[in-house]
Design a protein around this ligand. Structure first.
Ligand code: NAP
Length: 435
């Protein structure tokens, strides 16, 4: 006689089955873009054979030259994106970059109920909210753990580990190329030679504007702001400042002040005011931000309840970035639900209240310092120090004024008449000082 199941035991059986189907979910994976990161993702999938993940397709233009002998013979190599999107793959892993056609592939994959995993910061900064809604509507998932800070798990850290806090500030070093150049300049190198070295090592593009102009970091900051500060912003509202204005003399003066210079991306929400900025800043030598060298990235998230949490490590490179991608795939295969982080549209300004470093390069004459301090005083800005090293010629004299915490807008008003003083040889350089 068959054994009768009690309601409780059939519930238990179905719970076990659900657990089993979750833990054993087998995902067929298509990699779009077999370049630095795409080939590293394939390497890890083939070598480590993570449970539940099967590489079935690779799509790339001119795919014949991309074939490798270490991939299983079963992998389909294709240069037909439509065919791969129409296939039975469960997840499309986009590692091509740029807004298009990556955005089109993302929409088509998600429309078809597939999941979409990407390392593409631009796509997520500009279209992440729309793609997340589409994924939720169609039953797929969108994951982008590699889009900010490469192999450093800052996105899962914010989505999971810090979801219980109210994050008030986020700041970090989000662009390895700028960090490489600035940390070498700290040792005495010139900007142009370090840019050339970064290009020779493959860290910087032939056109480095995205990196040195701050546009790459701005896209990453916009993504972090959504997860940390829970705001959806238009990345274009953040006006980045390039690192190209930094000279070796700024590093000398920074050292005199117990600081160094890094490209920092920062955003904060205080008293109903949202502010964000990207650019070179003075960071105290004792700050973790000053410790990151070369291509390293670092993010510091400051929670209302938990205080500072620091994430640091390799912000780029094929293997570190691929680890973040494979971790996203494993999370999908194992059915882990990410915490739903609500966010709402917001306008972002650039008003911070911090001390500033202002470097002037002047043709020397009497009365310059008095004229500058008069303009600063009109805006109620207090001077902290005036620093002038010996040994510079009077016809091209660099000196520095540091000021107590003041509003960005007040400083800009004070600098307007100062800029047009006849002794100024170049635009005064003002940098936020992070203490
Ligand atoms: N590299 C890193 O350290 C890093 C770190 C974090 C995030 N990411 C992100 O990861 C993504 C990939 O970066 P990557 O460094 O791996 O780039 P990559 O080395 O340039 O690889 C891109 C691949 O996509 C292919 N491709 C480009 N346009 C295509 C198109 N229209 N159709 C088909 N294939 C196309 C390229 O083929 P060809 O060989 O023909 O050009 C190449 O194989 C980007 O979103 C990037 O921002 C990279």
């Amino acid at each position: 006689m068959p054994e009768a199941h009690s309601p409780a035991s059939s519930l238990e059986t179905s719970a076990v089955q659900t657990r089993k189907s979750r833990s054993a979910r087998h995902l067929r994976i298509a990699i779009f873009g077999f370049g630095t990161v795409g080939s590293s993702v394939a390497r890890i999938l083939v070598e480590s054979k993570p449970r539940g993940l099967e590489l079935t397709h690779v799509f790339n233009r001119g795919v014949a030259r991309k074939r490798v002998d270490w991939a299983p013979a079963s992998v389909v190599w294709s240069e037909d994106a439509d065919a791969v999107l129409a296939s039975d793959v469960d997840v499309v892993v986009e590692l091509v970059g740029g807004l298009d056609p990556a955005g089109t592939w993302a929409r088509r994959a998600l429309e078809a109920g597939k999941s979409f995993v990407t390392a593409n910061k631009k796509l997520i900064a500009y279209h992440g909210v729309e793609l997340e809604r589409l994924a939720a509507a169609k039953g797929g998932h969108l994951k982008y753990g590699a889009a900010v800070a490469g192999g450093i798990p800052v996105i899962p850290g914010l989505e999971q580990g810090m979801a219980g806090d109210r994050i008030e500030r986020i700041e970090g070093i989000l662009n390895g190329t700028c960090n490489f150049i600035l940390s070498k300049m700290e040792e005495g190198a010139e900007y142009a030679s370090m840019l050339a070295e970064a290009q020779a090592k493959g860290y910087a593009e032939a056109d480095p504007t995205e990196d040195v102009g701050g546009f790459d970091a701005r896209a990453k900051l916009a993504i972090l702001m959504r997860l940390a500060l829970r705001v959806q912003i238009d990345p274009e509202e953040i006006v980045p400042r390039p690192i190209t204005t930094i000279t070796p003399v700024d590093f000398s003066y920074a050292r005199d002040l117990g600081c160094t210079i890094r490209q920092v991306s920062r955003a904060e929400q205080a008293e109903g005011r949202l502010a964000a900025t990207v650019g070179p800043m003075l960071v105290a030598l004792r700050s973790p931000l000053a410790w990151s060298q070369g291509m390293e990235n670092m993010v510091i998230a400051t929670g209302h309840y938990g205080g500072d949490v620091v994430f640091s490590g390799h912000g780029a490179g094929g293997h570190p970035t691929a680890v973040a991608v494979v971790s996203d795939l494993l999370a999908l295969a194992h059915g882990s639900q990410r915490v739903e982080i609500p966010s709402s549209p917001a306008r972002v300004g650039a008003e911070f209240e911090v001390p500033h470093y202002i470097r002037f390069l002047v043709r020397d004459r009497p009365g310059i310092v008095a004229a500058i301090t008069t303009e600063l005083a009109k805006e109620q800005i207090n001077i902290r120090a005036i620093v002038q090293r010996a040994g510079f010629p009077a016809d091209a004299l660099p000196f520095v004024v540091t000021v107590e915490p003041c509003k960005t807008s007040a400083l800009q008003r004070a600098l307007t008449p100062i800029r047009t003083m006849d002794c100024m040889l170049v635009e005064p350089l003002d940098l936020q000082m992070l203490e």
